[in-house]
Design a protein around this ligand. Structure first.
Ligand code: ASP
Ligand code: MG
Length: 463
């Protein structure tokens, strides 16, 4: 059985939801027992997980901020506009009875949202708990619209309130799931629906604590929801329907000849996700990996495209590389100290400073007397530098970029590094690192050199 997750752009308007309906219908038809071929596939499902209508979460958080700033009128007007948009999109529900039920639901949800917003605007304060309650309206309403739209197009579907099945901690705005509780609830709610040949439809991103208080899994969390559902129900595949053809061999804004990667491993996918290949939320693959469930990325505008399949291991493509990732606007901090010579505990002290200021470092290289790290988020950098200066010499350099080549084929290819460096051309390398898995090599270069270097490396290994 499949879990199908549709992102914001794949439910953004009536046309998108119409495409979603056809994709779900086709999945059900493909899963019917095929008497001719004699294959008996699992005819149940699929389970559908949806994001909020494209842009709705940003709007909801925006009006929460307005309320926090005491702008009651502005926030109220934005609630009205958002309701209007949802009612317009609900026009995709062809059955009059179902549509008026959904319109009534939208009225109630946005009505209570308006009351919450008005109260918060008086208090001029929005706690994380209320932020979650506000953001959740996006997925609760989009999933309700999609369930009714499927049903009225002849696909038997049942709306499932995500708060009844996705159990999380109380860490509002980024609450991790409690897997055992979630598995029990999901099975209790969904198995009977699946057995009755219904398509369960639920919002991603949203959950609730054991006490029933609404939470969210964090921005972009719908992919995560889909993977959790897939893992807990024992799905045979998790499909992430989005607006691109799959993961690409490079950032197409920098390398126009970038093409879709047909298949990659979970490990490669996590390296790529980390370096800003945004198609897939990095945490998504964790539950899928744990249960070894294939994840497929597909384009809801071009359902016929093959997409990208991510599995535990993959057949060799014959190429050493799978993709070239890149990240711009990176800052490097160089820390050196002669006291580091022969001393123990220096790295502990150094990373303790980053930890203290809640700043993560991405790439790290070391020599006996110096350590270089890259930092993405520079908000706390001045204080970090100050703390480091207490025990080391420190400099920082902005306007750098990370170029990271990823591929299971790297380790088996003795000529790879020399080819890579040759393709890179006359570019000053600030840092270079290869981890023990030898699945990737990461290079830090001046940002201005990135487009050229990326193009040459891509040309060398993919042309
Ligand atoms: N709607 C949420 C967001 O925009 C979750 C998601 O779409 O994955 O962050
Ligand atoms: Mg998304």
């Amino acid at each position: 059985m499949f879990v199908l997750k549709f992102g914001g752009t794949s439910v953004a308007d009536r046309a998108a939801i119409t495409r979603l309906i056809e994709i779900v219908r086709a999945t059900r038809q493909a899963a019917l027992p095929n008497v001719l071929v004699g294959t008996q596939q699992d005819p149940r499902g699929p389970i559908v997980v949806v994001s909020a209508l494209g842009g709705a979460t940003d709007r909801l958080l925006g009006l929460a901020a307005q309320a926090g700033a005491g702008d009651a009128d502005g926030a109220r007007e934005n609630v009205r506009l958002l309701l209007e948009r949802h009612v317009e999109v609900a026009g995709v529900i062809t059955d009059d009875g179902l549509r008026s039920e959904v319109e009534a639901y939208l009225g109630r949800e946005f009505g209570s949202l308006a009351r919450v917003i008005a109260a918060l605007a008086v208090l001029e304060e929005v706690s994380p708990r209320w932020l979650d309650a506000i953001a959740a309206v996006g997925e609760l309403t989009s999933s309700r619209i999609v369930a009714a739209a499927l049903e009225s197009s002849g696909v038997p579907a049942e709306w499932v309130d995500a708060r009844k099945v996705m159990v999380t901690t109380a860490e509002h705005t980024a609450a991790p799931p409690l897997m055992d509780e979630t598995e029990a609830k999901l099975n209790y709610e969904l198995i009977p629906l699946l057995a009755a040949r219904q398509v369960p439809v639920m919002g991603g991103f949203v959950g609730a604590t054991v006490d029933g208080v609404t939470t969210t899994l964090g921005r972009g969390g719908s992919d995560y929801s889909a993977a959790i559902v897939g893992a807990c129900i024992g799905a045979s595949e998790i499909q992430i329907w989005t607006d691109v053809d799959g993961m690409l061999t490079a950032d197409p804004r920098l390398v126009p000849s970038a093409r879709v990667v047909p298949q990659l491993s979970f490990d490669e996918a996590s390296e790529l996700a980390y370096f800003g290949v945004k198609v897939l939320h990095p945490a998504t693959i964790l539950p899928a990996m744990a249960k070894n469930i294939p994840v497929r990325i597909l384009n809801s505008r071009r359902a016929e495209a093959l997409g990208t399949l991510i599995t535990a291991s993959r057949p060799s493509s014959g190429l050493p590389l799978t993709a070239v990732a890149s990240k711009r606007n990176v800052t490097v901090v160089d820390i050196s100290s002669t006291r580091m010579l022969m001393a123990h505990g220096f790295l502990h002290k150094l990373f303790g400073v980053f930890e203290h200021h809640a700043t993560s470092v991405d790439v790290v290289t070391t020599s006996e007397v110096s350590v270089s790290v890259t930092v993405d988020d520079v908000r706390r950098l001045p204080r970090i530098l100050e703390d480091l200066k207490a025990f080391a010499e420190v400099t920082s350099t902005r306007d750098l970029a990370v170029l990271c080549v990823v591929g299971e084929g790297i380790k088996g290819d003795a000529t790879f590094v020399s080819r890579l460096l040759k393709a890179l051309g006359p570019v000053p390398i600030r840092m270079l690192s290869q981890a023990s898995e030898r699945r990737n090599i990461t290079i830090v270069i001046p940002d201005a050199d990135l487009p050229g270097a990326l193009t040459r490396v891509h040309e060398e290994f993919f042309a």
